[in-house]
Design a protein. Structure first.
Length: 191
């Protein structure tokens, strides 16, 4: 199989199911942003972080491939003529969301209470985590817009929402683990 097909040279691409759309279509923007997030998580996973974080990040990356496949499927062609679903892959489930919540609760127990917003930074690994968090929020915004126009499984939206929360808590925990300074945002009073 060749990587290049030349079928997208004029700004169109195919969804899963064959429907052709413009490359700037909100569906393409949605799963493209999920793909970007997945790449940032790969970079984060490549850092010197605890094995348990790497293991969960790998699971999240696998889930993001599922999310991408869901977003890349034309809803009108999601069900085959036989009545079977076109996507023969595990779905995002409530247990995937619960796992993120459990991990956040565990990390929160070891962190000082949050009293202010935190400025991203302090260590390159922490910064990568913050970048992943903001890309996750963008993916969520894109997916919400798509969902308004062409609904799909709402658990995907919940998963992206919870994932961005997880990445924020993980950034704080990484700051602690790496002994990086966590800088609170305290607005200066103007005269």
């Amino acid at each position: 199989m060749k990587i290049y097909t030349k079928t997208g040279d004029e700004g169109m691409t195919a969804l899963f199911g064959g429907t052709r759309v413009h490359k700037h279509h909100i569906r393409i923007q949605s799963y493209g942003t999920v793909d970007e997030l997945n790449s940032w998580l790969g970079l984060l996973r490549d850092q010197h972080i605890a094995k348990e974080y790497k293991k969960l990040l790998m699971k999240i990356q696998e889930n993001l491939f599922t999310v991408g496949a869901i977003l890349a499927t034309d809803p009108e062609k999601a069900i085959l003529k036989s009545g079977k679903e076109r996507l023969n892959i595990p779905k995002i489930g409530a247990s995937d969301i619960s796992l993120l919540e459990t991990e956040m609760d565990t990390m929160d127990e070891a962190l000082p209470a949050m009293t202010h917003f935190v400025l991203p930074g302090g260590h390159p690994t922490v910064s990568y985590c913050h970048i992943a968090r903001t890309v996750c929020r963008r993916a969520e915004r894109m997916a919400c817009l798509l969902h308004e126009n062409e609904p799909f499984d709402a658990l995907v939206l919940a998963y992206l929402n919870r994932l961005s929360d997880y990445l924020f808590v993980l950034s704080r925990k990484l700051s602690q683990d790496l002994k990086a300074e966590e800088i609170k945002w305290i607005p200066e009073k103007k005269d």
